[in-house]
Ligand binder design. Structure first.
Ligand code: SF4
Length: 395
């Protein structure tokens, strides 16, 4: 539903910069599993994720294929997984029986010992029964697409739920035993003010969420929003930046600590699955439009349910796991780029050249530098793509 990897579009990266001795991660560490469930009951006008209308027949075929794919992948990869993430689309539309079948297939193939198992859901549905069943089957984290706690904003976003329905859905999840709940919020949407954003953050805190993902709305080509972008009354860049900084501050004040550009959690509730992406660790994605990083290679599956059902092979996307990629991902985290993680991965601390370059931005409040590395501040995150490139390719 919401996994934007950057606040603003990533700029072209100068080629060939900063070669480092690369060490591909792995060494038998458990991988993450991401399953893309491409079904929705309508298309939100801002959404550019691959999704199609849910029908019983399609979801049944998809489930059969996914169970098969998991078995096949497990035999080839022979590695355990310690996170499983059902993303979409709207995975909850599959219903409890199909979700449990898939969880069982993943458990059989990949162990899932002490795994974080997340399912995304839309808060407008009546999901009490589903929550009870999947909780009993081992799903232990839910990610709900709240987006806003203001009905007017939800209407303008084209969402199909109200704040009251969302509150009921969260209550049902808690009653079913979920103690790890993540809510998505969207920033810089039509009609959003500082006051309304504060109310949405307070809603998340009052509702008892442990995690909040707060993303700036981007108008992506191919979406309904894009087609009528001239008629949208969206906050300008300056206002959007102010809303982002306000969200960071309000979320912290409500006990959600920022650990990534767009992600905030109560202590100990950071998403273990998403941390694998940002730590540049390995994961297998299955399903249409899913991406993978395994054995030093990146590859993805076509955005087509037909290709998935036919068993078409994934598309190679080249090598992954090099220092540049590792550093870019690390700088999305509030932990930043540290000697400890570089030593563990590359046998070398953060290059001096990068530390020196990061210091140039400290006075402007964009970075925080220490002897053992550096990180971006929320203000730095707002320009993180440019800032990352400036530091990585400084000479
Ligand atoms: S429910 Fe989520 S995935 Fe489906 S169209 Fe809306 S934003 Fe996109």
């Amino acid at each position: 539903m919401n996994r934007r990897l950057s606040l603003y579009a990533r700029p072209a990266v100068p080629p060939g910069a900063d070669p480092q001795p690369d060490k591909i991660p792995g060494g038998g560490k458990p991988i993450g599993l991401y399953l893309h469930v491409p079904f929705c009951d309508g298309k939100c006008p801002y959404c550019d994720f691959y999704s199609i209308r849910a029908t019983e027949e399609r979801m049944e075929e998809y489930t059969n294929r996914m169970v098969e794919q998991l078995g096949y992948a497990a035999k080839r990869i022979k590695r355990p997984a310690d996170t499983l993430y059902f993303g979409g689309g709207t995975p909850s539309l599959l219903g409890e029986k199909r979700i449990i079948r898939i969880v069982e297939a993943a458990r059989q193939g990949f162990g899932l010992e002490h795994a974080e198992i997340t399912v995304e859901a839309n808060p407008g549905e009546e999901l009490s029964g589903l929550f009870r069943e999947i909780r009993a089957a081992g799903v232990n984290r839910l990610s709900l697409g709240l987006q806003s706690a203001e009905d007017g904003e939800l209407r303008l976003l084209g969402r199909r739920h109200t704040a009251q329905q969302a509150a009921r859905c969260i209550g049902a999840a808690q009653k079913a035993g979920f103690e790890n709940l993540s809510l998505d919020l969207m920033l810089a949407i039509q009609g959003q003010t500082e006051k309304s954003l504060r109310r949405s953050v307070e809603f998340c805190a009052r509702a008892g969420a442990q995690h909040v993902s707060a993303y700036l709305l981007q108008v992506e080509p191919g979406t309904a929003y894009y087609k009528r972008k001239e008629t949208l009354d969206l906050p300008d860049e300056e206002k959007a930046a102010a809303l982002y900084l306000l969200a960071c501050k309000e979320l912290e004040e409500n006990g959600f600590f920022q650990y990534e550009i767009s992600n905030f959690a109560r202590t100990g509730f950071e998403s273990r699955h998403n941390l694998k992406y940002w730590h540049d660790e390995e994961y297998l994605g299955l399903g249409p439009a899913a991406h993978s990083f395994l054995n030093g290679k990146r590859f993805s599956w076509g955005k087509s349910i037909g290709a998935f059902q036919r068993g078409d092979p994934p598309v190679p996307e080249g090598d992954g796991g090099g220092f540049e990629e590792f550093a870019m991902l690390a700088l999305r985290l509030t932990e930043g780029l540290t000697d400890a993680r570089c030593l563990e991965r590359f046998g070398q601390p953060v290059p001096r050249r990068l530390k020196d370059a990061a210091r140039l931005y400290e006075r402007g409040g964009l970075t925080v530098c220490g002897a053992d590395g550096f990180r971006f501040t929320p203000k730095g995150f707002l320009v993180s793509d440019c800032l990352t490139a400036e530091i990585l390719y400084a000479r």
